[in-house]
Design a binder for this molecule. Structure first.
Ligand code: ZN
Length: 183
């Protein structure tokens, strides 16, 4: 089956009995290929393709066709990295001190799909793309990752801790979904 997508062009859909969900890849000719389980209905396939998170992932992984686009992206990344270096580690330190958290290291990342992470060795990663979102949402991500120092999950206790520092976290979390961390 081939779906004509307004953004991605012709999408080749292949049924694969081993697939558990939708998987996306780029064919050597540059077309988007979608591998789906045998049971997937046309409705489900279209829904997977419309899924916002899937689309972000696809966009982040499609090789840019134009070298100028790639150069512009590299330049933008460089500027963001510079801004992020001068801001994010200090903002993190500020909130950690304010709320009494102890982390080990702050790393800057440019992952295409996540704003931040906190690992069990107490390293907090923050995405340089945060420099492109409003400060209040940036602060929410920092508080979210700091709260993971005490709760390595998204349990009720975790959200309660986030809420104690950012009472409007639900609104901030929803607003952040309108942005993509990919540069
Ligand atoms: Zn989290």
């Amino acid at each position: 089956m081939i779906i004509n997508d307004p953004e991605f062009g012709e999408v080749v859909v292949r049924k694969n009995p081993l697939s558990k969900g939708a998987r996306f890849s780029i064919t050597p000719s540059g077309r988007l290929q979608m591998s789906v389980p045998q049971y997937a209905s046309d409705f489900l396939i279209r829904r997977w393709l419309k899924n916002r998170e899937n689309r972000e992932l696809i966009k982040a992984n499609i090789p840019p066709k134009n070298p100028a686009t790639q150069r512009a992206r590299d330049a933008k990344k460089k500027i963001l990295m510079k801004k992020a270096k001068e801001y994010l580690p200090y903002r993190l330190e500020y909130y950690a001190k304010l709320y009494g958290y102890h982390y080990d290291k702050c790393r800057l990342s440019h992952a295409a799909t996540r704003w931040g992470s906190c690992s069990s060795n107490r390293t907090i990663s923050l995405n340089i793309g945060l420099m492109q979102v409003p400060e209040i949402l940036r602060d929410y991500v920092i508080i979210h990752e700091l709260a993971h120092l005490n709760h390595m999950d998204h349990s009720a206790a975790f959200w309660q801790e986030v809420g104690s520092h950012d009472p409007r976290y639900k609104e901030h979390r929803a607003k952040l979904k309108k942005y993509s961390p990919g540069v």
